[in-house]
Design a protein around this ligand. Structure first.
Ligand code: URP
Ligand code: ZN
Ligand code: ZN
Length: 481
């Protein structure tokens, strides 16, 4: 007679707070006991010499989403979440993206239809709001927030998505009233489109000019403006995919002033540079994302931000568009001008291993910080904690079991997404999640996918404490209707 469905024995367990040796007993998909010398499990995993972390929570990824240029991501919910599972990530929070004129409720239904029967890890949704009409802010959004969609992303750039400052204020007001968390893509649209026009007129259309057009100052200005608007209305915000010193400094200044300004960065800002966009021919298109990768000095700045707590989350911003494919980066031709190339890079599968190897392995961050950045903080920010993002009695038994010494050379052939390239091809790293469990069931083992399409469950997000205003509005009058 077994005491548990599963016992993970003798591992070095790491949470965002502690690292300790323990057995983990799992019953009915949840962690039942954490202790020493636990009784027998129906199944047992020997985690001696391994590190056991909470499964990763990737809170920024684009799955089965059409880009603003009309290009569909290569990954659907099966391939994206299979890839997540094989990289130790057990929860994803992609976007249900509204384009202008669409009903948000309908958008959400459509994304659910895409995910059901396909997802292999658990998932929630952020909303993308591109059309904050009265119907949307007055009725659809409040109802959706109550139904478990408690965070949404707004854009300050992209023709089809961008909100102007008045619209941002409307969305912030609604977020304050309903306690939702607003994520901001902060780049100055007019600067980017003006620079792009000038570059293209001068004949500069190659991928590398994407990085010139998306200048760090455009990111800084929009970041500062988003913070100012949020401060005006006393609304917490989260600046996504921060790439450079200029924007990071604005965030740190705001944090130093006590504002609830959270920030996210991604692997592409630690491991790629604008030189990658200057690879021969059209190859640079593989590295195009917004904001773009910067330079080595900025990589060091972003590392400092991870070490010192400017960044709360490390997400992939997985936006997978195949390279040599008329439905991917080459949709508008093999040498399309940079404005016509879908923005985004893949990263769901390698996100945690890159940070483990180069962060923990190289002594830049410790294990609890790694867990916080890749799992716990995202679960807390987006209302999934403590069910997700930690190892605690009662939490879902979502675990990544790491071999800290496993040497891996990243190649596309070992990825489980639907892509035809990885931007990290040939990179040598140390440490890999050799077993991934979702609610106690293995989904990846020894680099192979062993899960089942459709086992992933939809997660309703709670209102997060992170979205609680400070209570110090700059206006002096309550303008909340
Ligand atoms: O280039 C990127 N990051 N593409 C995905 C869309 C977005 O802005 O997050
Ligand atoms: Zn974005
Ligand atoms: Zn994104």
């Amino acid at each position: 007679m077994s005491d548990y469905d599963l016992v993970v024995r003798n591992g070095m367990v790491a949470t965002a707070a502690d690292v300790f040796r323990a057995d983990i007993g799992v019953m009915d998909g949840r962690i039942a006991t954490i202790g020493a010398k636990l009784g027998r499990g129906r199944r047992e995993i020997d985690a001696e010499a391994k590190i056991v972390t909470p499964g990763g929570v990737d809170s920024h990824c684009h799955i089965a989403q059409r880009s603003s240029l009309g290009v569909m991501t290569a990954d659907d919910f099966f391939t994206a979440t299979r890839s997540a599972a094989c990289g130790g990530t057990t929860t994803v929070i992609p976007f249900a993206a509204q384009y202008r004129g669409m009903s948000l409720r309908q958008v959400v239904q459509d994304y659910h239809a895409s995910a059901e029967g396909k997802a292999v890890v658990d998932y929630a949704f952020h909303l993308i709001i591109s059309d904050p009409t009265e119907q949307v802010t007055g009725q659809e959004l409040p109802a959706l927030i109550k139904d478990g969609y408690t965070s949404f992303k707004i854009y300050m750039t992209y023709d089809l998505l961008k909100l102007d400052d008045r619209q941002i204020l409307e969305v912030l007001t609604l977020a304050r009233r309903e306690r939702a968390l607003v994520m901001v893509h902060a780049e100055n649209h007019d600067v980017i489109s003006w620079l792009s026009e000038k570059l293209l007129t001068a004949g500069h259309s190659a991928p590398r000019f994407h990085a010139v057009a998306h200048a760090p100052i455009a990111e800084r200005e929009a970041t500062s403006r988003a913070i100012s608007l949020a401060e005006l209305m006393d609304v917490p915000i989260l600046i996504v995919h921060v790439s450079a010193r200029e924007a990071m400094e604005q965030i740190r200044l705001a944090q130093d002033r006590g504002l609830k300004v959270y920030a996210e960065t991604c692997p592409q800002y630690l491991f790629l540079t604008a030189d990658d966009l200057d690879r021969p021919g059209f190859e640079g298109a593989k590295y195009m994302c917004s904001p773009p990768p910067r330079d080595k000095a900025n990589q060091e700045v972003i590392w400092r931000g991870l070490e010192t707590g400017v960044f709360e989350v490390f997400s992939s911003d997985h936006a997978p568009y195949r390279y040599d494919d008329p439905e991917g980066k080459m949709k508008h031709g093999r040498n399309a001008p940079f404005k016509k190339v879908a923005n985004g890079v893949p990263g769901l599968e390698v996100r945690t291993a890159l940070l483990f190897s180069e962060g923990v392995g190289k002594g830049r961050i410790d294990l609890p910080k790694f867990v916080a950045l890749t799992a716990t903080n995202a679960a807390k920010l987006y209302g999934l904690y403590p069910r997700k993002g930690t190892i605690a009695v009662g939490a879902d038994a979502d675990l990544a079991i790491w071999d800290p010494d496993k040497a891996v050379t990243i190649t596309q052939s070992m990825m489980h997404d639907a892509m035809d390239y990885t931007p990290y091809e040939g990179k040598q790293i140390k440490g890999w999640p050799v077993i991934t469990l979702v609610r106690g069931e293995p989904v990846a083992e020894g680099g192979e996918f062993v899960g089942k399409a459709g086992r992933g469950q939809f997660l309703k997000c709670d209102i997060s404490p992170a979205s609680k205003p400070l209570g110090r509005t700059m206006i002096g009058y309550d303008l909340t209707p």
